[in-house]
Write a protein of this length. Structure first.
Length: 85
C-alpha cells in the first residue's frame, strides 16, 4: 500500500465545534505507514554510515585518522556484543 492510499483511509474524529480531536487509522494503513517510516529510517542510517566512512577515508588519506590496535578493537566489539568469544 502506498502512502497516498494509506492516508486516504484515515478518518478524523471531531468534537462538537468541528475541531479534529482523534484519528482512526485502519490497521493495514498503520502497518503500511510504519513500513515506510522504517524504510526511511534505514535509508537515513545508510546515508549516515556512508558519510562516516567517507570522513574516515579522507582522514586516513590525510594521515589524521585515529587508529587502535586490532586486539583493542576485538575487545570493544566483544563488550558491545558484536563479536562472540
Amino acid at each position: 500500500m502506498r502512502i497516498a492510499e494509506s492516508i486516504a483511509d484515515i478518518h478524523y474524529v471531531t468534537n462538537p465545534a468541528g475541531d479534529r480531536t482523534d484519528v482512526i487509522v485502519p490497521l493495514s494503513a498503520w502497518e503500511a505507514l510504519l513500513a515506510v517510516l522504517e524504510e526511511m529510517a534505514d535509508h537515513l542510517e545508510d546515508q549516515e554510515d556512508v558519510a562516516l566512512l567517507r570522513d574516515w577515508l579522507r582522514a586516513r588519506a590525510d594521515g589524521t585518522a585515529a587508529t587502535i590496535p586490532l586486539a583493542d578493537l576485538e575487545d570493544e566489539l566483544r563488550r558491545d556484543g558484536l563479536l562472540s568469544g
